[in-house]
Design a protein around this ligand. Structure first.
Ligand SMILES: [Zn+2]
Ligand SMILES: [Zn+2]
Length: 379
């Protein structure tokens, strides 16, 4: 790496050639073969199966399990993640997680976020991999916990042979078995890889540019249901950057997040455990906090018109109630933890505490709705 910060970083030829070659095959050979010979249904089925296995190994494995430790997985499940994650050709789980943890810590910092969205769509989508940018240098100090895992280290050490082996080996093997060598190689090999790449890359590019910011607008991450459809649920990225250790990205039951459904199914069948969930109250608190900050900025930008005055008073009252609820919740949580530690809490006291906590949560939910109405009146 050059010591001169103004000099242009050198080209990462391995990445450039890989992207150019796989894209050229998909743009030229895949349609040509389809027109000249046609694809069997088996080739499309294996395209879908490999694509799903790659995508979910990145989201449930590389991302939520390894980069964020949002749950624990059975060694067999971890093995599958490492195998099909290597097939997605996005580097070893160790390198991937190191970069991703830096992305969370220094989000939007052009000097340090490896796929900084403020440097534009192209850079955050793919450009960051095409040059040896200083912000892309891998710091393995951020993944000391993962370095203690022999399975992760084995994949890291032999990443290139494993990745090349599964990328060619699996489609070739399946192609020979189903009797459509070229069809499965082109769809299950090349098309699958290129689609899988861009689906993940959208999380770094589009999910930082397009969508709502209900939890915080202090960083560029967005919640977007359409991007969640393309990315196995990772489109709820505003929530994710706020609560990265929650195994869910789409919080509500109806939000499209197949990764969350897969992880909870794995926990039901005994392949995953200790799924981390952020307490509901903290989520509501973050939503309301964001509303108050927005209202405050809006009020500050408006001239002191008389009809705004009653809104200002209403919002101040809401904020007062909010602060009291937050303080009471913190107090009840402390009391709850203390009592459980001493194991002397009576059953009726426990249920009393719990129902008061639930009341507070419900109160915040109602307050959130009222704040949305007030926000709309502010314009
Ligand atoms: Zn992000
Ligand atoms: Zn993340």
């Amino acid at each position: 790496m050059s010591a001169d910060p103004t000099s242009k970083p050198s080209v990462n030829w391995a990445a450039v050639l890989m992207f150019v070659f796989t894209t050229a095959v998909v743009v030229i050979a895949v349609p040509w073969y389809g027109i000249a010979h046609g694809y069997h249904a088996a080739a499309w089925i294996w395209f879908t199966l490999f694509l799903g296995a790659n995508g979910m190994s990145i989201t449930c494995g590389y991302h939520r399990l390894m980069a964020h430790s949002s749950y624990e997985a059975h060694p067999l499940l971890k093995f599958a993640y490492l195998l099909f994650g290597a097939m997605a050709l996005q580097n070893s789980a160790l390198t991937w997680s190191a970069g991703h943890r830096v992305h969370h810590r220094f989000i939007d910092d052009p000097q340090r976020d490896p796929y900084c969205a403020s440097k534009g769509f192209w850079f955050s989508h793919i450009g960051w991999m095409l040059h040896e940018y200083p912000s892309g240098a891998v710091d393995l100090n951020t993944v000391k916990d993962l370095q203690r895992d022999p399975m992760i280290m084995l994949q890291h050490r032999y990443y290139v042979p494993i990745a090349v082996g599964v990328n060619f080996g699996l489609p070739i093997l399946v192609g020979l078995i189903v009797g459509d060598f070229w069809g499965v190689l082109l769809l299950g090999g090349f098309l699958r890889l290129v689609v899988s790449h861009h689906a993940t890359f959208f999380i770094n590019s589009l999910a930082h540019m397009w969508g709502a910011q209900p939890y915080t607008d202090e960083n560029s991450a967005r919640d977007n249901g359409a991007i969640a459809l393309l990315t196995y649920g990772e489109g709820y990225h505003n929530f994710h950057h706020m609560f990265a250790h929650d195994y869910r990205n789409g919080l509500r039951w109806w939000q499209w997040d197949p990764s969350k459904w897969f992880i909870s199914t794995m926990s039901i069948v005994g392949m995953a455990r200790n799924l981390k969930r952020v307490p509901w109250f903290r989520i509501q608190r973050a939503l309301l906090d964001n509303q108050f900050q927005r209202a405050e900025r809006r009020l500050a930008s408006l001239p002191g018109r008389a009809h705004m005055e009653h809104l200002r008073i209403r919002i101040a009252e809401e904020y007062d109630a909010f602060s009291k609820a937050v303080a009471e919740w913190a107090h009840l949580r402390d009391q709850w933890l203390e009592d459980t530690k001493r194991a002397m809490v009576e059953r009726w006291e426990q249920s009393n505490l719990q129902s008061r906590l639930r009341e507070l949560e419900y109160g915040l939910r109602l307050q959130y709705r009222r704040m949305r109405v007030l926000q709309a009146q502010l314009g």
